[in-house]
Design a protein around this ligand. Structure first.
Ligand code: ATP
Ligand code: MG
Ligand code: MG
Length: 549
């Protein structure tokens, strides 16, 4: 197994193993199927599956499907695909909290019999008002001392569907004066006449998160139940339920800090609203912080795993700069992505001293950091395209790229000098007339030792392929967007679609979904919107030194 590193969770697990407290480490990743997984979930996935693998144990994928009004089969399928894509495998350990509904119900009856649960007829508002505050104790429900038989009868009738939604709940009978509000008689069951993706209409009462979670852990023999900090206050309830029920094992809950990323909101509620409100084009929009979105954007799963490892696991909440994630993506892609040439905003160049009707093949290196990647031929001819931004008619001092009279290198090709600027009737530059120096073939310094200060990428007019390229900016301009008013913080310019791009043919001929580096522009991947006539590419991430600046 991979070697376990050190963080407070792994240190706890290691101590439990060494002390012989746990024979087999069992963890679980417990998503609620009410949306797609985001990169915050990836932290939990890497932790739960990682710990299990490192300590020779197992990790269950458990759907926390206790709220049928928000849950869908589409999400169940999407979550499995995304966990697998991220590189983890649960073998035959896929579980559903709904598998335990019958057992949970039986345990609810036991709690009633032991005088530890009761049916409450109060309305939601009444219960909320009676719950008290941090400084004031709660008030007991008038139904708190209901006789056991009456509770048993009412719960059975709740299950039989005799009452409408919200008419009654089953509550644990713990302590209305507890300093921990979660212990003030928390709800165990509520009435919900709704069809469930797996149990259909078998049930019209559903267990609460708190009642389902710890008991599901115990049924599965989970030893270390790892969750995020907001559940720390629920731990006493988690432990109370385990202590008061005849559960088959004794799991322990540990809390770690959620992942927060700058310029990003990691909340399924917000992400759902982005999708429903049409602010993005679906859960897999390349701007979304979902695993499906990153996949479509071209982020390799190993970059996500590497990033999660770099940030580590801690007990205190923090904010991670999204630049750290981008650095991990670049590191992964830099090693593997072949280099190609593409022009996003083409400006035509005619090389006047290059023979008309002729072309030649030049050799371009596939990956300078990987000699084994070899090289490929690129076509050069009298007409080529360069990036519009690489030309300025009236350049400032520090601009060394093309301008009238200026000589630059075309990568793998020749030195060219701009002789004339051709404009249309509106004064817009439409073409540059240049000359080339045949003695610089391959982009090499000529015999006279002349130097140039800029090297430009280019494509040939003869065989380059027209394409659409999509560039992305963060969805939120504010580094720490407010989840409450996220709609007002949306970046209106998060997506740029360039439709006149031209790609070196090798990019399209590869017919591959593997990421590519477009020289000087960043890393790109083919989008599924591509058609035979119109390839579409997404920019995954730019290069470290942004060429446009
Ligand atoms: P959200 O707040 O986005 O709705 P959630 O916690 O309700 O997320 P679940 O499907 O219940 O979503 O999450 C499954 C697991 O992933 C939980 O154990 C949860 O603690 C963990 N998780 C969710 N968000 C993050 C995050 N940002 N960082 C780390 N772990 C997370
Ligand atoms: Mg949850
Ligand atoms: Mg949630």
């Amino acid at each position: 197994p991979p070697e376990a590193g050190h963080d407070f969770i792994r240190d706890i697990v290691r101590r439990d193993v060494e002390a012989g407290r746990t024979r087999e480490i069992v963890t679980r990743f417990p998503p609620e199927p009410n949306g797609y997984l985001h990169i915050g979930h990836a932290k939990s996935i890497c932790l739960n599956f990682g710990v299990a693998a490192e300590f020779g144990g197992r990790c269950n994928l458990r759907f926390d499907d206790t709220n049928p009004t928000k849950e869908e089969q589409e999400y169940i399928d999407g979550i499995q695909r995304d966990v697998r894509w991220l590189g983890f495998d649960w073998g035959d350990s896929v579980r559903y909290a709904s598998d335990y509904f019958e057992q949970l119900y039986a345990w609810a009856i036991e709690l009633i019999r032991a005088g530890k649960a009761y049916v409450d007829d109060q309305t939601q508002e009444e219960m909320r008002a009676a719950r008290g505050t941090l400084t004031e104790p709660g008030t007991a429900s008038p139904w708190r001392d209901r006789p056991v038989d009456e509770n048993l009868d009412l719960l059975a009738r709740m299950r039989a569907g005799e009452f409408p939604n919200g008419a009654r709940v089953l509550r644990a009978r713990i302590d209305m004066a507890s300093g921990n509000i979660n212990l003030r008689d928390p709800v165990l069951y509520r009435i919900l006449h709704a069809s469930h993706p797996r149990t259909g209409t078998d049930w019209c009462i559903y267990p609460s998160y708190d009642f389902a979670h710890g008991q599901s852990d115990a049924i599965e023999g989970v030893t270390h139940s790892l969750c995020t900090l907001e559940f720390a206050d629920h731990r006493p309830l988690y432990e109370w339920l385990l202590a008061n029920l005849p559960v088959p094992s004794e799991p322990h809950q540990y809390e770690f800090a959620r992942l927060n990323l700058t310029h990003t909101l990691l909340s399924k509620r917000v992400l759902t609203e982005l999708v429903r409100g049409g602010h993005v084009n679906g859960w897999d929009d390349p701007r979304m912080p979902t695993l499906a979105g990153y996949r479509r954007r071209g982020v390799p799963p190993e970059a996500i795993r590497d990033f999660i490892q770099r940030i580590g696991v801690a007990r205190a909440d923090s904010m991670v700069d999204v630049a750290m994630f981008e650095a991990a993506i670049r590191d992964a892609l830099n090693a593997s992505a072949p280099r190609r040439m593409a022009v996003l905003n083409p400006l035509k160049i005619v090389i006047e001293n290059y023979p008309e009707g002729e072309t030649e093949e030049l050799e371009a290196v596939n990956n300078p950091s990987d000699p084994a990647a070899g090289s490929r031929p690129v076509t050069f001819g009298r007409e080529i395209y360069v990036e519009r931004d690489d030309f300025m008619e009236d350049p400032p001092k520090k601009f060394f790229r093309l301008s009238p009279g200026r000589e630059v290198r075309l990568r793998y090709a020749y030195f060219v000098t701009c002789k004339e600027v051709v404009k249309d009737a509106d004064g817009e530059v439409v073409e540059l007339r240049c000359t080339y120096d045949p003695e610089t073939r391959g982009g090499n310094t000529p015999p006279d030792g002349r130097k140039v200060k800029a090297t430009l990428h280019w494509v040939s007019a003869v065989d380059s392929v027209p394409a659409e390229v999509r560039l992305f900016e963060p969805l939120f301009t504010d580094p720490e967007p407010d989840a409450g008013s996220f709609a007002t913080g949306l970046n209106p310019d998060s997506r740029h679609v360039l439709q006149e791009c031209r790609l070196e043919p090798a990019i399209v001929e590869a017919n591959s979904d593997a990421p590519v580096q477009f020289e000087r522009l960043g890393y790109f991947v083919r989008d599924p919107d591509s058609t035979a006539d119109q390839p579409v590419f997404n920019r995954t991430v730019g290069l470290r030194d942004s060429w446009a600046k």
